[in-house]
Design a protein around this ligand. Structure first.
Ligand code: 3H9
Length: 690
């Protein structure tokens, strides 16, 4: 056989082992020998049963995503599953690790599935803008029922082995050596004798489908999909499994898959899949990482508390430091409350709550940070405050401890230069709420040691964060680009758009919310303070803040919020204020189309991204996409600002930027030279310096 597929015969049970590291994806070099092996075993009289198993850390985790968009090399997965399903002797999939996508579809081609107790099974294609294209939408409902199948396929979330057993997806769950158990299982089944019913013929649970309930839930899911095509196609395909004959439903699934795989949305989502993995890669892979056990967090406010929870959730003991017992107790009480809410909601078990709370140690003495391997300060955003804290850390932290600041804007090189160990200093810019938001900007300062950087990149991944390494500049990648967007949002207000018109243009584009809803949620006072510190103004937002309108927390901001509700209500007072300010500036209001709102706000943002790349603040255009999708809600179906710029065309973006530059004279519209090179070469690569 080939290196990727091998066959052994254990007393009449054939074991077909797939070995294609790292995740046993069904690449062409696996499919070809797998098909040959199945055909040979089908016709081999010495074989009474067949087990399909995998070497390494997991069962097949899916089709090979790198092959999408290229001509399909036969045999494809569908042909393999059809061949497998037609074998008259019993076939058993032995699942450990993750049976995902095409991997689970392969297992659904078997008569039986057995799983290791730690295994996970799912069809996550929707996360790549696809639907399962190897028969998953038609076979899974036949085992677990249509409603459960739709939920699994539309969410893409895998289920554990025990749950899979309960739903009928898995026939047995084992502890210990899975292949041995699977062989014994197969032998026993073969001994009892057939006929063995393939999944395609098992439609007992389909008859129970309540189509009205199914359609109601599908409609709700479609609404939540916010313009994404894949979740809608997934639900449609599962419905077909109920209403159409098997082969017809399979043919429609195929047609939908072919359409989606060629769509911009799926291309965007596949781009993001690889971008997130690429972002975690640093040059000089072999650097020895530092050991991180205890983590210190300075500041028990919203940010510090969230950061502390993120590490406790990741299994790290945490020392939480405050300036007074009172502030410390307040911070710890909030953490306790947050965990209690998770238990009430059912997302955390009582055991896990106690275990996590057990990780915390509170203190008001810097000396207690002496046994921490990583210390993150999340104190007030002020250079003098930060320098004072770092001075204290310099005195108490153990040698080799990594000293991090959670600053959103400040110059980390300046902080590092103020202490005796700049090589240990870096930025860890978490996004609020830090225990929930996935993005972490890791800021490499001028003197940060490579091993310190590699350590936090690795650590971030282990606590479930999506990490992007960025360089030092005001606002790093995310907030610097946000500022470029923000100044134009305000300008559009003065020219005649209302906050709700602008926000609607954003949500229609696919954002979860627009800039003004976002500002009200985050608190307008944050940006106000930051602008004042830098001598900047934003006339509307500043006036709202002067009136005490800080957003949701004060019940009033760009919108009104009644009785603690989070639903924004347009406020005539704010609209009058905008008109007054515009009149003061001599700006006559005009009607502004949604297209203009998008290009005036997003093209400057992309332009700033190009400048960031040019300066080497981000290493890759795809890193910027990862920041925007995971930290700011950029629509995944558009792949992030830089990917989307490629779809729109850099030439068109430059043309529009130049138009607005001529009209307004503003710097944000001055096209970056990298944007011009992108227009010529079609690639951001040309200017990437890091
Ligand atoms: C599908 O199956 C369609 C079918 O329905 C129809 C077909 C007709 N292909 O994530 P990791 C690479 S769609 C190619 O860091 P982990 C990944 O890029 C597919 N490459 O590991 C990385 O490469 P590198 C449905 C893949 O342990 C390396 O493997 N399946 C694939 O944290 C390690 O990955 C999915 O969507 C792939 N399918 O997590 C599952 N998968 O080292 C996608 C991974 O060069 N995969 N790579 O950066 C995953 O969710 C995670 O990789 C997994 C392991 C949970 C399996």
């Amino acid at each position: 056989m080939s290196n990727s597929v091998s066959v052994a015969n254990e007393g009449g049970v054939a074991i077909v082992t797939i070995d294609n590291p790292p995740v046993n994806a069904l690449s062409f070099h696996v499919r070809e020998p797998l098909m040959q092996a199945l055909v040979a075993l089908r016709d081999d009289a010495s074989v009474a049963a067949i087990v399909i198993a995998c070497a390494g850390r997991t069962f097949v985790a899916g089709a090979d995503i790198t092959e999408f968009g290229k001509p399909v090399q036969q045999p494809d997965l569908r042909a393999i599953v059809a061949t497998l399903e037609a074998i008259a002797k019993p076939t058993v999939a032995a699942i450990h690790g993750t049976a995902l996508g095409g991997g689970l579809e392969l297992a659904l081609g078997c008569h039986f599935r057995v799983a290791d107790q730690g295994a996970k099974l799912g069809l996550p294609e929707v996360k790549l803008g696809l639907l399962p294209g190897g028969g998953g939408t038609v076979r899974l409902p036949r085992l677990v029922g249509a409603l459960k199948a739709m939920r699994m396929i539309v969410s893409g979330t895998p289920i554990g082995a025990q749950e899979a057993h309960g739903t009928g997806l898995v026939d047995a769950v084992f502890e210990g050596d899975l292949t041995t158990h699977a062989v014994n299982f197969a032998r026993e089944i073969a001994r009892k004798g057939g006929p063995f019913t393939p999944v395609r013929e098992r439609d007992e649970s389909l008859g129970e489908t309540d189509l009205a309930a199914f359609d109601a839930e599908a409609a709700d899911l479609a609404r939540k999909a916010r313009g994404l095509e894949a979740p809608v196609a997934c639900a449609q395909a599962v419905r077909n499994a109920v209403t159409l004959p098997f082969d017809e439903a399979l043919a429609v699934e195929r047609a939908l898959f072919v359409k989606l795989v060629a769509s911009d949305q799926s291309r965007a989502q596949r781009h993001l899949f690889f971008a997130e993995r690429e972002a975690a890669k640093l040059p000089g892979k072999d650097v020895v990482k530092r050991r991180i056990s205890r983590v210190g967090v300075i500041g028990a406010g919203t940010m510090g508390g969230g950061i502390a929870m993120a590490f406790a959730n990741g299994g790290h003991p945490v020392t939480l430091l405050e300036t007074s017992q009172e502030a410390l107790q307040r911070g710890l009480a909030t953490i306790e409350k947050n965990y209690a809410v998770s238990v009430t909601r059912g997302s955390l078990s009582e055991d896990a709550r106690q275990q996590r709370l057990g990780q915390f140690k509170g203190s008001i003495d810097h000396a207690d940070l002496g046994d921490c391997d990583l210390i993150i300060e999340a104190a007030f955003e002020d250079m003098a405050v930060k320098k004072e804290i770092f001075g204290k850390l310099d005195a108490v932290a153990k040698p080799g401890a990594i000293l991090a600041t959670n600053t959103s804007y400040l110059d980390i090189d300046e902080i590092a230069a103020s202490i005796s160990r700049p090589q240990d200093v870096l930025g860890l810019h978490f996004f609020s709420p830090a225990n929930v938001m996935k993005l972490l900007e890791i800021v490499r300062a001028e003197k940060t040691a490579p091993d310190a950087l590699a350590t936090v990149v690795d650590l971030a991944r282990r606590i479930g964060k999506v990490a992007v390494v960025v360089g030092v500049c005001h606002g790093f990648v995310g907030n610097r680009m946000l500022a470029a967007r923000g100044s134009e949002s305000e300008a559009l207000l003065l020219e005649g758009a209302t906050p709700s018109q602008i926000d609607k243009a954003f949500t229609d584009f696919g954002w979860p919310m627009g800039p003004f809803q976002m500002g009200d949620l985050a608190g307008l006072d944050i940006g106000w303070r930051n602008r004042k510190a830098r001598g900047l103004t934003a006339v509307i937002a500043d006036t709202l803040c002067e009136q005490g309108r800080f957003g949701q927390k004060t019940g009033r901001g760009f919108y009104l919020y009644e009785n603690g509700s989070r639903t924004p209500i347009p406020d005539p007072e704010v609209e009058a204020l905008i008109r007054d300010k515009a009149a003061e500036k001599g700006i006559a209001p005009r009607t502004i189309a949604a297209d203009e709102i998008i290009e005036r706000t997003l093209y400057p943002l992309i332009n700033e991204g190009a400048k960031i790349l040019e300066e080497g603040i981000a290493a890759r255009a795809s890193d910027i996409d990862v920041v925007w999708v995971n930290g700011y809600g950029f629509p995944i179906g558009k792949g992030g600002p830089m990917f989307w710029a490629g779809l729109v065309g850099a030439g068109k973006i430059i043309e529009r930027l130049e138009y607005w530059l001529e009209l307004t004279g503003k710097d944000v519209f001055k096209p970056a030279s990298l944007l011009k090179r992108m227009a010529e070469s079609g690639s951001w690569e040309a200017g990437s310096t890091a």
